[in-house]
Design a protein around this ligand. Structure first.
Ligand SMILES: NC(=O)c1ccc[n+]([C@@H]2O[C@H](COP(=O)([O-])OP(=O)(O)OC[C@H]3O[C@@H](n4cnc5c(N)ncnc54)[C@H](O)[C@@H]3O)[C@@H](O)[C@H]2O)c1
Length: 269
């Protein structure tokens, strides 16, 4: 269903790799809702993934950028403003990567160089992005910035490894920069904490099927899908959420508020 919630709004979407990506679903929804986009990802992800199909489908501009590079981010913002002929209304940071997770390193035996790289990509890139938008005064008043996160920032999920620490840092950046973006630019900054989802990044986490099924059994409404996450993000980009900022918003079927469900008790008894 489309009620053109984002008609006239323009934004940048990071992180669409393939049709499973949460950012991919979000870009499709934005297009349905009348919004215009610049899509971006790293040159290697553009080569390995399928973003070219999404560019055509959503009639978007593609600008490669490594989100850890200030030069790339500045170029992306300049190209976006020149493409739209106006400032930006919404930005989605849908980026996560841990070399330790990829290589199966246990939390008690981390490679700290890899840890720094994962932290830079998954968390510090959010600060670099917002700081670049801030310095270039690139956002329209009442614009909205969203990053995706996971509940391992608050509770321990052993196999989520150093990504848990990266997500805690990411959520803190949303609050810290949200203050300045709110006060000085009238722009909101939030994180959406999504259910486990079977994407390329999600499937890289050891035991994801166990996570996924446990969360499904523990959530009164069941796991939130990537399409539902896209819908929630659209709402955060719309004018209906103008005073929501500096929040970590759980989008998880109720998982974060549950102690135990009958399904879990039945499964272990
Ligand atoms: N899948 C899940 O279970 C789940 C749950 C909660 C939150 N999230 C978060 O959702 C977001 C999107 O992940 P996804 O599940 O759609 O997986 P995905 O693998 O489709 O997306 C991750 C994206 O990050 C991009 N990326 C990696 N390094 C980058 C860099 N240096 N610069 C720019 N982009 C880079 C990748 O190219 C990829 O497009 C991530 O932040 C992830 O942590 C995922």
């Amino acid at each position: 269903m489309s009620n053109k919630l984002l008609k006239g709004k323009k934004g940048i979407i990071f992180g669409a790799l393939d049709p499973k990506s949460i950012a991919w679903k979000t870009a499709e929804r934005i297009h349905d809702q009348g919004g215009e986009m610049v899509l971006t990802n790293t040159p290697v992800s553009i080569r390995m993934g399928q973003i070219d199909d999404l560019v055509i489908k959503t009639n978007s501009l593609l600008v490669p950028a490594d989100a850890t590079s200030l030069t790339d981010l500045e170029n992306l913002i300049e190209k976006s403003i020149s493409h739209f002929g106006s400032k930006i209304d919404f930005v989605l940071h849908s980026i996560g990567m841990s070399i330790n997770v990829r290589k199966g390193k246990k939390y008690t035996d981390l490679n700290h160089e890899w840890m720094k790289k994962g932290w830079d990509i998954s968390a510090v890139s959010f600060h670099k992005l917002i700081q670049s938008l801030y310095k270039k005064d690139a956002m329209n008043s009442w614009g909205s910035i969203v990053a995706l996160t996971y509940i391992a920032a608050q509770r321990t999920f052993p196999n989520y490894n150093d990504m848990a620490d990266n997500k805690a840092y990411l959520e803190s950046i949303a609050r810290s920069f949200g203050y300045f973006m709110g006060k000085e630019k009238n722009v909101r900054v939030n994180t959406i904490s999504q259910s486990p989802t079977l994407t390329t990044a999600g499937m890289g986490v050891k035991g994801i099927n166990g996570f996924f099924n446990y969360a499904e059994k523990s959530s009164p409404l069941g796991n939130a899908t990537s399409e539902e996450c896209a819908d929630y993000t659209i709402m955060m980009f719309s004018d209906y959420t103008r005073k929501v900022t500096m929040q970590n918003l759980f989008h998880d079927g109720g998982f974060s508020s549950v102690g135990v469900t009958q399904e879990i008790i039945d499964a272990i008894e």
